[in-house]
Design a protein. Structure first.
Length: 271
């Protein structure tokens, strides 16, 4: 089986983080592995407030040794890293093992929280990891952080941001606006390969239950690359995958609801 790994946080509620990644890898028929950077919890006694518990540096390194040296892997995605040492260890292993298919999901915020987790950490992610990435998958907020563009409120500004982010080292940039551009009647995402822009449009899915959507998209792109697809084809298939998943979204409780990555079996996108 094709091996793939995620370096990411664990979401105890199961919808985002490495749980979303593993579920997605499974749907693509891949063998998934995980290096846990942190554990995210949510407090039912305090309005689902998030707690973040980083995994000790030694434990993270031991997981990376297991995966990169012990098992061997050619495709890797990273999600929420959370600490400077997780950023540095990710850089070290992706570069030492010359990982070609490295998908950087520059997770800087959780849903419902607009503040950057840590601006200095975001800077470190940009500096150390963008140059290694086959593709980086920011949302509008993260694209702003990676590019220094303040208000990305149009496709033109998305293009400007994509150019800057590519200039900072990413081979491909996929900015996900979803339906967040003002007045958007469709979801518009932008793929930039350093010379050409592709706008990828899809219908807006009206739901509040989108927990883990960003994680799922970047995991699906990594999975497509692992299966040998081109960047463009991997992105287009990942969009189909997330649309299927969001069409099956559901509430876990009054605060949160994920998509359903098993939903695409009905349509057998790989058949
Ligand atoms: O969706 C962003 C995200 C990524 N990784 C982990 C998370 C979340 C949001 O809750 O918990 C581990």
């Amino acid at each position: 089986m094709i091996r793939i790994a995620t370096i990411a946080g664990s979401d105890a509620s199961g919808g985002a983080g490495l749980e979303a990644d593993l579920k997605t890898f499974e749907e693509y028929g891949l063998y998934g592995m995980t290096a846990v950077t942190l554990i995210a919890t949510m407090d039912p006694n305090n309005n689902w407030e998030h707690g973040v518990f980083p995994v000790d540096e030694k434990i993270l390194k031991a997981q990376l040794e297991t995966i990169f040296k012990g098992v061997g892997v050619t495709s890797v995605k990273s999600g929420m890293l959370g600490t400077f040492y997780a950023v540095e260890l990710t850089r070290e292993y992706i570069s030492t093992y010359k990982i070609k298919n490295y998908v950087l999901d520059p997770v800087m915020v959780c849903k419902g929280n607009d503040d950057a987790l840590n601006p200095e950490l975001n800077h470190s992610i940009a500096k150390k990891l963008l140059p290694l990435a086959k593709i980086v998958t920011p949302n509008l907020f993260e694209a702003g952080q990676l590019s220094g563009e303040k208000e990305i409120l149009s496709v033109e500004r998305m293009k400007e941001a994509a150019k800057i982010i590519a200039g900072n080292g990413a081979a491909n940039v996929f900015i996900k606006s979803g339906s967040r551009l003002p007045g958007a009647t469709e979801a518009i995402d932008l793929l930039y390969d350093g010379s050409n822009f592709e706008l990828i449009k899809s219908p807006v899915i009206k739901t509040n239950w989108t927990h883990g959507a960003g994680c799922t998209v970047s995991a699906a792109i990594a999975a497509g690359l692992a299966r040998g697809l081109s960047v463009y084809d991997a992105v287009v298939l990942a969009k189909k995958f997330i649309i299927q998943s969001l069409n099956g979204c559901f509430a876990l409780n009054k605060w949160v609801g994920p998509g359903n990555p098993t939903n695409w079996r009905k349509n057998n996108l790989f058949a």
